[in-house]
Ligand binder design. Structure first.
Ligand code: MSP
Length: 532
């Protein structure tokens, strides 16, 4: 692949979610952010591969299926349907849905295992320790709380295990990993999480077990079918299987030929170690190139409290999107939570943010201007361009380099800052309308000034809608349509082209002399509504 190909391609993954239950708000959060990032890259005209999917093997899933009296595969299929339905409700446009029970995955896992085996990086030994089935992870005694309960799944007791397992020689890759973190300084982000991993690795890496006994929901170890491959070893490779074209033979070479290495693994902080330590070491053992970046986002709380089924304060993403719509949910989680930090969900705050930013500020600025355009300009956009405004004009001065700043923010995964930068322009619009009072100028028959004002406002709203379209595609489409573009940001193939991005991300490029139709609200105010 040459360099220009590289700049035109972007591959990213969400985690492959466990199917022990229907999706929760944590999985929705990661997926919304990943979708926003994917949409931003598509908007720039790149070829994007956005992978999401499900992690279906292991003890946790097997036990849940047994509790539900279902065959594990049937149980998984049901839960997968609920993931797909939530992603559709939230306007998530993934390119691949990777299931670890999909045909072809086992061949990929076996081939990978054999590569690592032939490097002599796998050996049989005795594993003793506390195992948290909910984490699917052995825990150090110091990581557990009272009564050997897991600190993440506080109502679950870790189980004592003493068994023979196959181990992966992680310790052999200590130096390799340290060199990776040094030579690719933004491999792990954000910086605070990178430090945590650096400290963890500096303490010395221990080999970890990659097989389980007394478990049959998974793939047998190719060299010893009394053992089942550990669910994480299997799941991480789901990212690789996802790269195969539907009709391609499932070989590692085929899978890796087009899209590898992945540009971004977006995950939550709880599974950073698997992605930033175990995964690169496994890849190094198999002789494969490293992913470009692993970003560990923070955790959500509700009304300031840790969420959990036992606490009874979970947020149901289906209910939220049914009551308030996809754009509202997407906007809140992207804009109100700084990616990388923990963030809170509070329903009153949710409503206030949405009503303020999208209804009062963004929606209203378009609505009132289209009203004036009708009255003062027969609904025709004045024939002006950026060149007709001085660079200290209150809106042009903000809009001029806004596209560049927002691109920078999205590229650095500062998605909240990207929204905030746009909001500065939209807030300035309302202030500018009030201060320049085009209604007065119209009465004084200052038509040229009136046109100057209205064009500047419409162009600022258009630019804002364009730059926010990865976050609020439906609202942005409504704005674009009212400004005379036959666009739907949910059908990015129609929008996508390098040329379009250059034009549409700049202030003062709105094609002029269009006659616009009737204004209608682009975002209706939300009201606090009872949960189901
Ligand atoms: N199956 C593994 C991932 C394998 S990837 C090869 C897994 N699945 S999960 O379903 O448990 O992951 C859920 C995702 O949701 C993780 O990124 C996790 O960090 C995230 N969240 C779970 N609870 C969360 C919050 N309360 N807040 C934000 N995200 C949280 O792990």
């Amino acid at each position: 692949m040459n360099n220009s190909d590289h700049n035109h391609k972007f591959s990213l993954t969400s985690p492959l979610y466990y199917v022990n239950g229907i999706p929760h708000i944590g999985s929705a959060y990661t997926t919304i952010v990943a979708d926003t990032v994917a949409r931003f890259h598509r908007l720039q005209g790149k070829s994007v591969l956005f992978i999401t999917g499900t992690d279906e093997h292991g003890q946790k899933i097997q036990r849940t299926a047994i509790e539900e009296n279902l065959d594990p595969q049937i149980f998984c299929d049901r839960i997968v349907d609920s993931y797909k339905s939530l992603w559709s409700k939230l306007d998530i446009k993934y390119d691949r849905f990777s299931r670890t029970t999909a045909p072809g995955h086992q061949q990929i896992v076996n081939e990978f295992f054999e590569r690592v085996w032939s490097k002599e990086d796998i050996y049989l030994d005795r594993q003793q320790g506390w195992y948290c089935v909910s984490c699917e992870e052995f825990k150090e005694e110091r990581e557990l709380i009272e009564n050997h309960h897991c600190s993440i799944h506080i109502n679950k007791q870790a189980e004592w295990r003493d068994e023979e397992n196959y181990f992966f020689r992680l310790s052999k890759y200590q130096q390799h990993l340290e060199e990776l973190y040094e030579s690719q300084p933004d491999f792990i982000q954000p910086a605070s999480r990178r430090n945590e991993i650096l400290n963890f690795v500096a303490q010395g890496l221990k080999d970890f077990s990659i097989s389980r006994v007394n478990l049959d929901w998974g793939f047998p170890v190719p060299v010893d079918d009394k053992h089942t491959i550990y669910v994480w070893f299997d799941a991480l490779l789901g990212y690789v299987t996802a790269l195969l074209e539907p009709d391609q033979e499932p070989t590692l070479d085929n899978a890796l030929s087009q899209w590898w290495p992945i540009n971004l693994h977006l995950i939550g902080k709880d599974i950073l170690r698997f992605h930033a330590v175990y995964w690169p070491a496994m890849l190094a053992s198999a002789g494969l190139p490293m992913p470009k970046k692993v970003f560990g986002h923070g955790f959500l709380t509700k009304d300031g409290l840790k969420m959990g089924k036992t606490l009874g304060n979970t947020i149901d993403p289906f209910d939220l999107v049914d009551r308030y719509g996809a754009d509202a949910v997407r906007y809140y989680f992207v804009k109100e939570i700084e990616l990388g930090k923990d963030g809170d969900f509070n329903e009153t705050r949710f409503i206030n943010v949405l009503n303020n930013d999208l209804a009062d500020v963004l929606g209203n600025s378009l609505n009132r201007t289209l009203g004036m355009l009708k009255k003062y300009c027969q609904s025709t956009i004045p024939q002006l361009t950026s060149a007709d405004y001085s660079s200290d004009h209150p809106l042009k001065s903000i809009g001029m380099d806004l596209g560049d700043r927002v691109v920078q923010a999205y590229e650095n995964l500062q998605v909240s800052q990207a929204c905030e930068a746009v909001l500065i322009l939209v807030r300035a619009v309302n202030k500018y309308i009030d201060e320049s009072a085009p209604w007065k100028l119209f009465k004084q028959e200052q038509q040229a000034e009136v046109e100057q004002i209205l064009y500047a406002v419409l162009e600022s709203v258009r630019l804002s809608a364009y730059l926010l379209s990865p976050v609020i595609p439906t609202t942005s489409s409504k704005i674009y349509q009212q400004l005379g573009f036959d666009w739907d940001f949910n059908h990015q193939e129609e929008v996508q082209a390098d040329k379009d991005f250059q034009i549409h991300s700049e202030w003062g490029k709105l094609s002029t002399n269009k006659t616009l139709g009737k204004a209608s609200p682009v975002f209706s105010k939300l009201e606090l509504s009872p949960e189901d």
